[in-house]
Design a protein. Structure first.
Lengths: 86, 86
């Protein structure tokens, strides 16, 4: 299943840990957003891992992307690539 | 229809302009993300307005949220409220 993962994480180290894990399953589309494709078992594991890493003031959303809803996504401007992110 | 709008906008003034428009149709859920509910005609107008405001290096994504996909959204941590954003 595909997901859009969007996050607000204040601490640089924690944010890097989360993006490193997300990179294993997909690609960065914005500074704080990844599109990932992942099996259910891995998804549950990833979710728990991220839950254990982030601070309680941080926030991470996992939006499921069905093939239909994915076809309706409108993208304005430039998709951020990994190399755009320092 | 409901949408998640996620954006990467570098210039503060432009980012504020975009969030001000999005606030008319919904609520902030992260520093750079809004959930909005909007009629098709308004959606097209909003899309064009934002397209005309942002810089070409910025990016704004509009993810449609069906009632089904909305029920599957997983939210970890704290949803950012308007007052959390300086």
């Amino acid at each position: 299943m595909k997901y859009l993962v969007v996050y607000d994480i204040s601490d640089d180290k924690i944010r890097n840990k989360v993006s490193t894990r997300l990179k294993k399953f997909g690609m960065r589309v914005q500074y704080s957003a990844f599109e990932i494709e992942i099996k259910k078992t891995d998804y549950i594991k990833l979710y728990k891992e991220i839950a254990s890493i982030i601070d309680k003031t941080d926030s991470v959303f996992f939006f499921p992307l069905s093939s239909y809803s994915e076809s309706l996504i409108l993208k304005l401007g430039q998709v951020k690539r990994e190399e755009d992110v320092i």
